[in-house]
Design a protein around this ligand. Structure first.
Ligand code: TYD
Length: 135
């Protein structure tokens, strides 16, 4: 059974001066990017997410600090700690995601293949489980 955790390498162009990670929007990412947002300044101790998307594809890159991301497909749950600007976590449709254990100074950058649409969200966990078991 394939892992829910799909990590992709973000091209690195750093040198002795420091890091430089590149997300070339001309096709280097796994999908055409329509939106980029970043989560930052997270209040200590909070968790976020607790939703799934019907169609949206996302790539999450922790560009500073660390965060633990948990994915649940309605049957099994897997989690991974993102702590590298050179790794992106692919989060496709039909995955319940939660973000926990944000470190101080964490910045989580998210690339998405569509504009924000609240109708694409499933925010109730029981409704999500019904959704995946009916599709
Ligand atoms: P949400 O995706 O629920 O955040 P998280 O999963 O990290 O807890 O978004 C939080 C709020 O921000 C919600 O009211 C929707 C709004 N929002 C936008 O308006 N545009 C966006 O691109 C995103 C990601 C969220």
């Amino acid at each position: 059974m394939p892992s829910l955790i799909q990590l992709v390498d973000i091209p690195q162009r750093g040198d002795a001066r420091g890091g430089l990670a590149v997300a070339d929007l001309g096709g280097a990412l796994p999908f055409p990017v329509r939106r980029v947002y970043w989560i930052h300044g997270t209040t200590p101790g909070v968790s976020r997410g607790f939703h799934a998307h019907r169609k949206l594809r996302q790539l999450c890159v922790c560009v500073a600090g660390s965060v633990r991301m948990s994915l649940f497909d309605g049957r099994r749950e897997e989690s991974v700690t993102l702590d590298s600007p050179s790794k992106g976590l692919l989060v496709g449709p039909g995955l319940w995601r939660e973000m926990h254990d944000f470190s101080p100074g964490c910045v989580l950058m998210v690339f998405a293949d569509a504009e924000y649409d609240e109708a694409d969200y499933i925010r109730d966990r029981e409704a999500f489980i019904r959704h995946v078991h009916s599709s």
